[in-house]
Write a protein that binds this ligand. Structure first.
Ligand code: PLP
Length: 392
């Protein structure tokens, strides 16, 4: 690239990490190959040392171009693409954590992340504490001399609480603990945690980054170069590498990230305002409403309030189930971040494995509904909710 000034996000999402094949193709070709032939037997040493390609589980040009784009957009030094978001998380944990370490995890963290830590990592002598990351004193009180990693998700799922990344990172850094953020709900367009001092950013690229609900994929982005080789090794040994065709699809989706997020976010704000004044709605949680308890923090830390809206119906469980069965445009499905609107019931779907008590302690009651806006027209989405709410 001739120009030294860093590109704006909108340009970088289109251009970064795009290599022209020797035909001049404008888009990186799909190198759909499992292995790479060496020119001469003497070259294999250089290729294994990273100066060429050996085998797709280790690296592949189509995947590397996606990684370069993600590292640029998250302002990290490197990115490692993985087969799923969960695979990104286990690649991170297996690289950074060792026997005897203590891990602080946000209460209400994405449940499979917590299960991964509890079920597997604990077998190797790790201890885990759950804390409210919105309460800095609670974070400070739980840091121990052996605390190695602090795992955060902001905004949280599904209650959309915001963690102050700058404040938590400063406390953890002073203590010698690393901070990892699951940035899936924001995408790098809305939030770049490395700017606030975070060490590792993880995404389920299944969601906003791919954006079309047709691929599962993940990525870990590193603040520091020094983790790169070790993490690549972990990914390769755990087998969480991506497929080149998957990388191609994610890279294609990524080119329109800012446009999709802007549009979905406009819809989310319109829906949050509509629901906020609706007589059958008890409460709305959306970081773009001034009533959100961390409205100011969201404005500081995020470029916009995002495309997720959570609300509670006055009619409790029956009303929530009735609404979910009556919407026609929104699909009743888990996941988020696609072009189509999805609606789900945390009590009986995404958070069903928590006890009722745990759910209630997080604010999840039987009347809570999570709405992941897509890029449809807001009038159609509101009309869909209107007819469903009328029938309750
Ligand atoms: C979906 C999701 C994951 C897991 O990603 P997969 O791609 O499904 O493996 C992790 N964290 C969050 C916040 C998610 O929404």
């Amino acid at each position: 690239m001739k120009n030294k000034r860093p590109l704006h996000f909108e340009s970088a999402q289109v251009h970064s990490g795009q290599r022209r094949g020797n035909t001049g193709s404008v888009v990186t070709p799909i190198y759909q190959t499992s292995t790479f032939a060496f020119e001469r037997a003497e070259d294999s040493g250089d290729c294994f040392a990273g100066k060429g390609y050996v085998y797709t589980r280790l690296s592949n040009p189509t995947i590397e171009d996606l990684e370069e784009a993600m590292a640029t957009l998250e302002q990290g030094t490197h990115a490692l693409a993985t087969s799923t978001g969960m695979s990104a998380l286990n690649t991170l944990f297996f690289t950074v954590l060792k026997k005897g370490d203590h891990v602080l995890v946000q209460r209400g963290m994405y449940a499979p992340t917590l299960h991964l830590l509890e079920r597997y990592c604990s077998q190797w002598g790790l201890t885990i504490d759950l804390v409210d990351m919105c309460n800095l004193d609670e974070v400070k009180a739980h840091l121990r001399p052996n605390t190695r990693l602090v795992v955060i998700e902001t905004p949280s799922n599904p209650m959309l609480q915001i963690v102050d990344l700058e404040a938590v990172s400063a406390v953890c850094r002073a203590h010698g603990a690393y901070v990892a953020v699951d940035n899936t709900f924001c995408s790098p367009y809305l939030q770049q945690p490395i700017r606030w001092g975070v060490d590792f950013v993880v995404h389920s690229m299944t969601k906003f980054i791919n954006g079309h609900s047709d691929v599962v994929a993940g990525v870990v982005v590193l603040r520091e170069d020094r983790w790169y080789e070790a993490m690549k090794k972990t990914r390769s040994l755990l087998g969480g590498s991506m497929d080149p065709h998957q990388a191609f699809l994610v890279r294609r989706g990524l080119r329109t990230l800012s446009l999709r997020v802007e549009r979905a976010q406009e819809n989310a704000l319109a829906i949050a305002r509509y629901l906020d004044q609706h007589p059958k709605v008890e409460k709305v949680w959306y970081p773009g409403l001034p009533s959100h308890p961390q409205y100011a923090l969201a404005q500081k830390q995020m470029k916009g309030p995002g495309a997720m809206v959570t609300f509670e119906l006055k009619g409790g469980y029956d009303a929530a189930i009735g609404l979910l069965n009556s919407v026609k445009l929104a699909s009743l499905a888990v996941s988020l971040g696609g072009v189509e609107t999805l609606i789900e019931h945390p009590w009986s779907m995404t958070h069903r494995f928590l006890s009722d008590e745990e759910k209630r302690s997080m604010g999840i009651t039987p009347g809570v509904v999570r709405y992941a806006t897509g890029i449809e027209h807001e009038e159609d989405l509101i009309a869909d909710l209107e007819q469903a709410l009328e029938g309750l």
